[in-house]
Design a protein around this ligand. Structure first.
Ligand code: B4P
Length: 191
């Protein structure tokens, strides 16, 4: 199985590049952001709770997202592999993911981390916020909070995979096509 973690700060291009990767490699896309927005759209209790946190730029509790990923993994027993987009976002989530994959005799093949500086992230998210309808993209203060959550809680996840020799860092500035080309070269080495 080819299991990839696509990593980076909010607005780095994870969702964008995931779309390209699922088409090229036939992997199942698991975006915790999309799964949470789906819960919100369906008005579930989980969605109502998540919305308050997401609109305020905060992370949703680990047990909530780990539970969602666990369900999705068992819904796709025939998958050739997965792209984890926006997950894991804490070291506790990374450990839980390792345990889930080990239980099905699998593991993370590699993490691709997209590096983009903060001013560019803010610019991209505000631009998307103009027509995405995502409340967390529309407000500069919320965007800054999301970036701070990333720095304090999510950035350590890169060290977690680096210690396992699974981290590859890619410059996330440039055209979407060029960045995808660089990601593909790294993914091909993992196959
Ligand atoms: P996500 O949905 O994961 O959102 P994101 O970090 O903003 O990244 P996204 O993938 O959408 O954006 P992308 O960089 O592709 O999370 C939203 C919220 O959900 C979190 O804040 C948190 O509250 C919660 N959540 C999700 N997962 C969680 C977890 N595991 N644990 C706890 N809480 C969780 O793109 C951004 C913009 O940049 C787009 O408009 C795109 O078109 C543009 N762009 C992309 N590449 C570009 C390029 N090369 N050049 C110019 N623009 C580019």
């Amino acid at each position: 199985m080819l299991n990839l973690v696509l990593f980076g700060p909010p607005g780095a291009g994870k969702g964008t590049q995931s779309q390209n990767l699922i088409e090229k490699y036939g992997l199942v896309h698991l975006s915790t952001g999309d799964l949470l927005r789906n819960e919100i759209a369906n008005g579930t209790a989980l969605g109502l709770e998540a919305k308050k946190l997401m609109d305020d730029g905060k992370l949703v509790p680990d047990e909530v997202v780990i539970g969602m990923i666990k369900n999705k993994l068992s819904d796709n027993p025939e998958a050739k592999g997965f792209i984890f987009d926006g997950f894991p976002r804490t070291v506790a989530q990374a450990e839980a993911l390792d345990n889930l994959l080990t239980s099905v005799d699998s593991q993370i093949s590699g993490m691709i981390a997209l590096e983009v500086e903060e001013v560019e992230l803010e610019k991209r998210l505000l631009l998307r916020g103009k027509d995405s309808g995502r409340p967390d993209d529309a407000n500069p203060e919320v965007i800054r909070k999301r970036i701070n959550e990333y720095k304090s809680k999510t950035a350590p996840v890169a060290n977690y995979y680096n210690e396992q020799g699974k981290l590859t860092t890619i410059n996330g500035i440039g055209s979407i096509e060029n960045i995808f080309q660089k990601i593909s070269e790294e993914v091909d080495k993992l196959k």
